[in-house]
Unconditional design. Structure first.
Length: 466
C-alpha cells in the first residue's frame, strides 16, 4: 500500500505497518492508497474508526481546531508529535522548511507525523498550479513524490508558466501514474475545493505567510533552523508523554494537545542559508547562521540611530511587501524595549512581482536627497495599500513639503536604479531571495517576526559587546 518515497522523508520501513489502519478517508488527498470501505469508515466529522471483530472502534480523534484527517500525511497516527505545515511550492523558504522537516522526521521517526496543507500565495504565479499537481498526484497515491519534485524544481516554475500542467504531467508519467487521470484531476473542481478548504483554514488560524507550522497545535513561523525546530518537538513530545501518563490515550491525544497548545505562539528566529546548490533542497541549517556584513554599503541618509551604535541592523525590505510593513512595526516596538545603542540601516530589495516596489524605492531615495528618507519610508508603509494609485508618490512628497520640481525630476530619471540594484545584489550574494530579511550583527532574522524575537536577538548581540 505504501509507495516508494523520494528524498523528503526517506523510507518508512516498519512504520508502514502503523499507517495501515489510519489511512485518511477523504477522497484521494493522501499519500497512501484509498482504504477499502470494509476496513475503515468515517463515523463522524472528526473521528476515524476501524472495525475490530465486526464492531467499530475509535482509532483516531481529529481536532476541530486544526483538522488533519483529510490531508496528506506521513508517519504513524499514534505519533506523539504532529507537525502541520502550511506551505507554498513556489516559496523558497518553504523549500528550506521541507528540508528541515525531512531531518526532523529522520531524527524522531517513531514520534512524529507530518501533515501538509496547501497555502499557495497570490503573488507566486505558479504556486496554485503546483498545488494542483500535488493533489492530482495524491489521487494516485503519490503526493510526497510530487511534493519533493516540485520543491526540487522550484527554480524552473517560471520557465513553464505557459505549459505548467503538461510539464508536471511528464513527471507524472515518470512516476507511472495514469497521465490522463492526472490531467483531469489537475483541473477538477474537487481539486479547487481542497485548495480553498486549506486556504479557509489558514485564514481561520490567522496564518499570514509561509511556511507556517503547528506542532501539536503550537504555532511556529518561517524556515527555522533544525535546532530550533528540534527543541520544540522535544518539548511537545515530553508534554504528550505527560498527557499519556495522565490517562489520555493516543486516539484522543492529538485533539487534546491542540486544544491546549493552540493559543501559544513561540517567537522563532529563522536563519536559513538560502543557497540551495544544484537545485536540491540543500542541507537544513543546524544553527542560526552568521553572515559577514563588512561588504554591505551604508548610505548615511538611510541610517536610523547613533553613529557609535554597538549593534547594527541591516533591513532588506520591499515597500510593497505586506510582511515588510508588519515587520517594520514589530521592529520599532522592539527597538523601544532596548537601549539606544542600536542603529538600523535600510537596504532596498524590491521584488520583481511587486510592480510598485521599485518606484516606491526611488521615491524614498528622492526624499532622502532632501533629508526626508525615514519620513517617506514610514509613509510608504503606512499607505502601502494605495501605492498603485496614480500620483501617490507626488502626494506623499507634497505632504513632506519636498521641492516638487526636484522630486519629479529624480523620479523621472534612472539615476537611482543602480543603487537599488546594488542593494538587492548584496542581499542575493549573502543567499537571501525574499523579504523582509534582517541581519542583526551578523545573525539573520527572516520574515515578519514578532517584536520579542527581535528583542531577543538584539539583546544577545548587545551582551556579546559587553
Amino acid at each position: 500500500m505504501t509507495s516508494k518515497r523520494t528524498n523528503f522523508l526517506g523510507h518508512l520501513g516498519p512504520m508502514a505497518l502503523l499507517l495501515v489502519w489510519a489511512i485518511l478517508v477523504a477522497a484521494g488527498c493522501t499519500s497512501m492508497s484509498k482504504p477499502d470501505a470494509s476496513s475503515s469508515n468515517e463515523s463522524s466529522a472528526g473521528t476515524l474508526t476501524k472495525k475490530v471483530g465486526g464492531a467499530p472502534q475509535v482509532a483516531f480523534q481529529d481536532s476541530d481546531i486544526i483538522p488533519i484527517m483529510r490531508s496528506p500525511m506521513m508517519g504513524p497516527m499514534s505519533a506523539k508529535v504532529t507537525i502541520v505545515t502550511f506551505s507554498d511550492f513556489q516559496c523558497p523558504y518553504c523549500r528550506r522548511g521541507a528540508g528541515t522537516l525531512s531531518q526532523i522526521f529522520k531524527t524522531f521517526p517513531e514520534d512524529t507525523k507530518i501533515v501538509f496543507k496547501q497555502l499557495p500565495l497570490s503573488f507566486h504565479p505558479q504556486a496554485e498550479d503546483a498545488a494542483r499537481a500535488s493533489i492530482a498526484a495524491s489521487r494516485q497515491g503519490r503526493f510526497w513524490e510530487m511534493h519533493d519534485w516540485l520543491f526540487e524544481n522550484q527554480d524552473a516554475f517560471r520557465e513553464h508558466d505557459g505549459d505548467f500542467k503538461e510539464w508536471v504531467a511528464k513527471y507524472a508519467g515518470m512516476l507511472k501514474l495514469d497521465v490522463e487521470k492526472f490531467r483531469k484531476d489537475f483541473d477538477a473542481q474537487e481539486t479547487t475545493q481542497i485548495i480553498e478548504r486549506d486556504l479557509k483554514l489558514a485564514a481561520e488560524l490567522k496564518v499570514e505567510g509561509t511556511p507556517a507550522f503547528f506542532i501539536n497545535g503550537e504555532r511556529m513561523n518561517g524556515a527555522l533552523p533544525f535546532d530550533e525546530f528540534a527543541r520544540v518537538v522535544e518539548a511537545r513530545r515530553a508534554q504528550a508523554e505527560e498527557k499519556i501518563g495522565e490517562g489520555d490515550v493516543p486516539p484522543n491525544l492529538y485533539a487534546s494537545l491542540v486544544a491546549e497548545n493552540y493559543q501559544r505562539q513561540l517567537p522563532m528566529i529563522p536563519g536559513p542559508s538560502m543557497k540551495d546548490g544544484e537545485g536540491d533542497l540543500g542541507e537544513p541549517a543546524e544553527e542560526v547562521l552568521r553572515f559577514d556584513t563588512s561588504k554591505l554599503t551604508i548610505h548615511p541618509g538611510q541610517v536610523r540611530g547613533p553613529k557609535d551604535a554597538k549593534v547594527t541592523i541591516f533591513a532588506f525590505e520591499d515597500f510593497e511587501c505586506p510582511y515588510c510593513a508588519k515587520a517594520d512595526v514589530n521592529l520599532k516596538e522592539a527597538l523601544a524595549e532596548v537601549d539606544d545603542s542600536v542603529r538600523v540601516v535600510f537596504k532596498h530589495m524590491p521584488l520583481s512581482f511587486h510592480p510598485q516596489a521599485h518606484p516606491a524605492a526611488k521615491a524614498s531615495i528622492a526624499a532622502r536627497e532632501q533629508g526626508k528618507f525615514w519620513e517617506m519610508h514610514d509613509l510608504l508603509f503606512e499607505r502601502q495599500a494605495d501605492l498603485g494609485e496614480p500620483g501617490i508618490f507626488e502626494e506623499l512628497a507634497k505632504s513632506l513639503s519636498l521641492n516638487m520640481k526636484k522630486f519629479k525630476a529624480d523620479m523621472a530619471g534612472d539615476k537611482y536604479d543602480a543603487e537599488i540594484k546594488a542593494d538587492t545584489a548584496q542581499a542575493q550574494a549573502l543567499g537571501f531571495q525574499g523579504t523582509p530579511t534582517f541581519i542583526i550583527d551578523g545573525t539573520a532574522v527572516v520574515g515578519a517576526q514578532p517584536a520579542e524575537s527581535f528583542v531577543r536577538v538584539i539583546r544577545e548581540a548587545l551582551a556579546e559587546k559587553q
